[in-house]
Design a binder for this molecule. Structure first.
Ligand code: ZN
Length: 488
């Protein structure tokens, strides 16, 4: 309780200051470290700084503060001031009447073969109570070192409207392989590093990046960022990968055997530019970096993101209809492999994620994966809205309504917003349907949903067309798989 009072007091002091918090980063490749200097205008006797305890998009406590070291602080005339470690992620600077204090420390830098990469959350501390103030970043590198970062600015100086934005922009620097292209009038950068960077099919990768950006910005009606950076780390061999979304970039780890089908991972991370980064629950920005967020919407923000991104690749022709059915069938099979689907609701698998792993959280779900259940719930809701409205509405309308509510830096949505928008799109019956599919545990009505478009699950878990689909089933299937579904 005392801590909360301290935060409030500092916040009042901060609102008077109105100056930028300045971050200077000097890569030190020889020691795999970053030397970081933070200059903080202040009129408070004490300044608290903290390292985040979790990273947005990755719902697990990781205590990034433990990896920072060599802290020191100075005040007027660069004279040392008292600096105390309050706990493993908080430091207190005694400003001693100075109008600004300067904090210095070191953070880890991944550096190999002339290329470095770091994530903002793992590198930058924030000033407690002042995460919404403007920040300036200077990355001091030798002249021959390129820098890829999604922040405004062209280097060496960049700006961010808040710490949240600063920290949500990872940095790749050095002699990485670079390609650029323009989509929706915005520059996009591909920054490749890693042992497999020389082997990956760069033409295909670029085509996938460009196509994903085209499809999704066309679908959502524009690009909600100034520039976009694909930070790829490529290992030698394999075709799989994993990724983490950011506000105007993504970090993706890939095998050098990247194929057309792996583009699904790129499409998923890119769709997060809307779902989760901007269309988000209220607790997902501005962030509280001291504790994991509690929201029952991760099934939508992760699983339904995957449904949209997978389906859009099919709707816009990147994947074939059969490949799309195979992807949908895989998600249904994955969900049905987990007995927990009968006892844990999609809402709870999201809301209680922080309870897993002895209270440290995970990035998959409480009891069962919100990726799997969110994908299948999205499928069922989409086909049900199409069927109930005779093809006039679909889950697209829910996504667009949520976008209207959250775009242009509006605050995130309340926990019952998705339910409201489903009713708006599909009618009153979608309230009880949401309660059944999202708030309650149980088998999801996949067969019933697929039947609306003349499809069925096979005994072996695949998806095929029913023997003789009716004209109405075929009409709805065509709409379901069409690019824009009659959007005006
Ligand atoms: Zn995701």
């Amino acid at each position: 309780m005392k801590y909360i009072l301290t935060l409030a007091a500092l916040f009042v002091a901060a609102s008077i200051a109105h100056a930028e918090i300045r971050y200077r980063v000097q890569p030190q490749p020889e020691t795999n470290q970053l030397a970081i200097t933070v200059t903080i205008p202040t009129n408070a006797p004490e300044t608290l700084v903290q390292a985040p305890r979790w990273m947005p998009g990755f719902y697990m406590l990781l205590n990034y503060g433990a990896r920072l070291k060599d802290f020191s602080a100075t005040g007027v005339g660069d004279k040392p001031v008292e600096l105390t470690a309050v706990d493993d992620h908080t430091w207190k600077i005694n400003s001693a009447g100075a109008k600004q204090v300067t904090l210095r420390y070191r953070a880890p830098l991944e550096f190999q073969d002339g290329i470095g990469h770091y994530s903002g959350i793992a590198a930058y501390v924030y000033v407690v109570g002042r995460t919404q103030e403007r920040c300036k970043l200077t990355i001091e590198t030798p002249q021959d070192m390129k820098v890829a970062v999604g922040l405004d600015g062209s280097g060496p100086e960049y700006s961010a409207d808040s710490y949240d934005t600063l920290a949500d922009n990872p940095v790749t620097l050095g002699s990485y392989y670079e390609e650029t292209y323009t989509v929706a009038g915005k520059p996009h950068v591909i920054a490749l590093r890693g042992t497999g960077a020389g082997q990956i099919d760069k033409k295909l990768l670029r085509e996938a990046c460009e196509t994903v950006a085209k499809i999704e910005t066309e679908f959502m009606g524009g690009a909600p960022y100034g520039k976009y950076v694909w930070h790829f780390s490529v290992r030698s061999g394999g075709a799989g990968g994993s990724g983490l979304e950011h506000l105007s970039s993504t970090e993706i780890s890939l095998g050098s055997g990247f194929s057309r089908r792996t583009a699904g991972l790129l499409a998923h991370e890119f769709f997060h530019l809307w779902n989760v980064k901007r269309i988000r629950s209220q607790v997902l920005g501005p962030f509280d970096y001291t504790q994991l967020p509690k929201t029952g919407a991760l099934w939508w923000l992760e699983g339904t993101t995957d449904y949209f991104s997978t389906l859009l690749l099919g709707r816009f022709g990147w994947t074939s209809e059969q490949d799309l059915y195979a992807d949908i069938a895989t998600n249904v099979r994955n969900l049905r492999r987990s007995e927990a689907r009968l006892t844990v609701s999609p809402y709870d698998s999201s809301y209680r994620v922080g309870e897993t792993n002895n209270g440290r959280g995970n990035s998959n779900g409480f009891g069962l994966s919100y990726y799997d259940n969110g994908f299948v719930v999205g499928l069922c809701l989409d086909l049900e809205i199409l069927a109930q409205t005779g093809g006039k509405r679909s889950l697209d309308d829910v996504e667009f309504a949520l976008w209207k509510k959250c775009r242009n830096n509006q605050s995130g949505f309340a926990e019952d917003e998705i339910r409201k928008q489903l009713i708006h799109a599909g009618g009153e019956s979608f309230g009880p349907l949401y309660d059944k599919l999202v708030l309650a545990a149980g088998e999801l009505p996949v067969q019933q949903a697929l039947a609306h478009v003349g499809l069925e699950l096979t005994e072996r878990g695949g998806i095929r067309s029913v023997g003789t689909p009716t004209p109405e089933q075929l009409r709805l299937r065509q709409l379901w798989l069409s690019k824009k579904r009659g959007r005006k």
